[in-house]
Design a binder for this molecule. Structure first.
Ligand SMILES: [Zn+2]
Ligand SMILES: [Zn+2]
Length: 238
């Protein structure tokens, strides 16, 4: 399994906002700027057919209107979006604002499918969705992608909660929120990662959504099973 960290930063940093590309085929989150992030890596957004969204803060889905419009102009018209039902209507709202005269036609020209289930299949992966705790933003989801006994998880934005422990227990790699130095009711922090990395030594934690001071601090810790990625870094999981 190939996971490219397209974005590892929080909004107010020079790093791209947190999002990931699996096997060049599946995007986990699609933040503001995601199309540009991909172009800068020589990845053409319309070659990607699957978008899995964790929750509906702008820094996780605001480039969806541009992605959908571009898809409608390309030859490959397959789009699968996995998200919450509330998310679909949010996406339609911002897309109609962005392209009031063409969004509906763009959707009609696409083979556009939504998936609102807790368990689903995307490409060759079995995917399980799990509710996480991101303060007042509800629902917010984490995901586990499974294939050939490999389990790789994504927390999305979350505070430390039972679901993060389940993901840590099950997954060999967990791409996780570590925005802050000290975790709060919305986001995890380095203190949470110290706890998780000790309790779940078989899991490698790839931290993301990092504020600049958090990135600097967590690099000093040199925890064996914590990876602090750069944007564009590729992680292969076997
Ligand atoms: Zn959020
Ligand atoms: Zn966020």
């Amino acid at each position: 399994m190939k996971i490219q960290v397209i974005g590892s930063g929080s909004m107010w940093t020079k790093y791209n906002s947190a999002c990931y590309l699996i096997d060049d085929k599946i995007m986990v989150d699609f933040p503001n700027g995601a199309c540009k992030y991909l172009y800068r890596l020589n990845i053409i957004p319309n070659t990607i057919d699957n978008i899995v969204l964790t929750h509906f803060h702008g820094d996780h889905y605001f480039d969806m209107p541009f992605y959908i419009l571009n898809k409608s102009k390309s030859e490959n018209k397959n789009v699968n979006v996995c998200c919450s039902k509330e998310g679909k209507s949010q996406m339609n709202k911002i897309s109609n604002l962005a392209f009031p005269n063409s969004f509906k036609d763009a959707c009609n020209s696409l083979n556009l499918k939504y998936n609102f289930n807790d368990d689903f299949v995307v490409e060759d992966y079995k995917v399980q969705r799990i509710l996480v705790d991101h303060g007042r933003m509800k629902p917010a989801f984490g995901y586990i992608f499974s294939k050939d006994n490999i389990n790789v998880g994504f927390t999305g934005d979350t505070s430390l909660c039972k679901s993060v422990e389940i993901l840590s227990e099950k997954c060999s790699y967990l791409f996780c929120d570590c925005m802050l130095i000290r975790g709060n009711g919305k986001h995890q922090g380095i203190d949470n990662l110290e706890y998780l990395s000790k309790k779940y030594p078989n899991c490698t934690f790839v931290v993301s959504h990092l504020e600049d001071d958090t990135r600097k601090e967590i690099k000093k810790f040199k925890i064996k099973n914590v990876v602090v990625p750069d944007d564009a870094q590729i992680i292969m999981v076997k």
